[in-house]
Design a binder for this molecule. Structure first.
Ligand code: AP5
Length: 265
């Protein structure tokens, strides 16, 4: 299963990719995390990338293509992978085809005016990378990770001004990637302006529509406590039990290890 998760900044790509990776045993490769790791390690690549990231612009294609190619070639992904935040330009999508096929592209849809609040409320565990939201998905204790008691922080690029730049970059450079995959009949849209749990249910059902035999293999949704903004499950899919428990504190670094930028199976 070779999946791509597309969607605007803050649409929930990291949250959902982490959950899908765990439930289907996939490798989760998060381009934003790979880049932030390079910045934290102060490599020359990280230093080059930082100025673009801080400004809310896309990092040049050559840098991100090199990173993803290296990861896919050197990491074992027996059951497949999910790419989170790559490709974001048509040039990246074309280059990806040079070294792997993509089976299904899931695109999270949400109106931009809903996204700024998601960014300003986001908090991330400094130690394990679990992602929270102060209102939609809060930790039990303020600023402390439920999983490992790590301290929570806000990303540099999660301020309102940079968020607007990130949205502009998405519209100009990533929107054409949606058309690219749509014309190849690989694209499915999923509304992400519903609870985290419900987005997860819809993604799982879209995947199972494509690979029905996986219904018997999928791991149950992780046991989670209800978040205050929880919406009751109403969908047919939820009643069928494909994912009826609440996700909470699921992050792009999830709970499958501390290696950054890449996780899973
Ligand atoms: P990256 O880290 O990938 O950032 P992004 O695409 O802007 O996406 P985010 O991580 O902000 O959001 P998300 O969609 O993962 O949402 P999340 O699950 O965290 O990239 C950062 C930068 O790196 C880019 O700006 C660029 O400079 C560079 N870069 C990366 N990839 C690149 C590429 N391919 N080419 C060039 N440059 C690249 O959720 C957000 C918040 O909302 C959380 O608090 C979460 O708890 C909450 N939330 C999630 N789902 C829901 C829900 N359903 N309801 C309510 N709240 C929710």
């Amino acid at each position: 299963m070779r999946l791509v998760l597309l969607g605007p900044p803050m649409a929930g790509k990291g949250t959902q990719a982490s959950i899908l990776a765990e439930r289907f045993g996939l490798l989760h490769i998060a381009m934003g995390d790979l880049l932030r790791d390079s910045v934290a390690a102060d490599t020359s690549l990280g230093r080059k990338a930082k100025k673009y990231m801080d400004a809310g612009a896309l990092v040049p294609d050559a840098i991100v293509i090199g990173l993803i190619e290296g990861k896919l070639k050197t990491t074992n992904s027996e059951k497949g992978f999910i790419l989170d935040g790559f490709p974001r330009t048509v040039a990246q999508a074309k280059q990806l085809e040079e070294f792997t096929d993509v089976d299904l592209v899931l695109c999270l849809e949400i109106a931009f005016n809903r996204l700024v609040e998601r960014a300003t409320g986001r908090r991330i565990c400094r130690s394990c990378g679990a992602v929270y939201h102060m209102k939609n998905n809060p930790p039990k204790k303020p600023n402390v990770c439920d999983r490992d008691q790590g301290k929570l922080y806000s990303r540099n690029d999660d301020n309102a001004k940079v968020v607007q730049e990130r949205l502009r970059a998405y519209e100009a450079q990533t929107r054409p990637v949606i058309n690219y995959y749509s014309s190849r009949e690989k694209l499915k849209f999923v509304d992400s302006d519903v609870s985290i749990e419900e987005v997860g249910n819809r993604l799982v059902n879209t995947i199972l529509d494509r690979w029905p035999h996986l219904e018997t293999e999928i791991k149950p949704a992780p046991e989670q406590e209800a978040a205050p903004s929880a919406e009751p499950l109403k969908t047919k899919e939820a009643r069928k039990g494909r994912g009826t428990r609440r996700q909470h504190g699921r992050g792009r670094r999830g709970n499958v290890g501390k290696s950054r930028g890449i996780r899973g199976s």
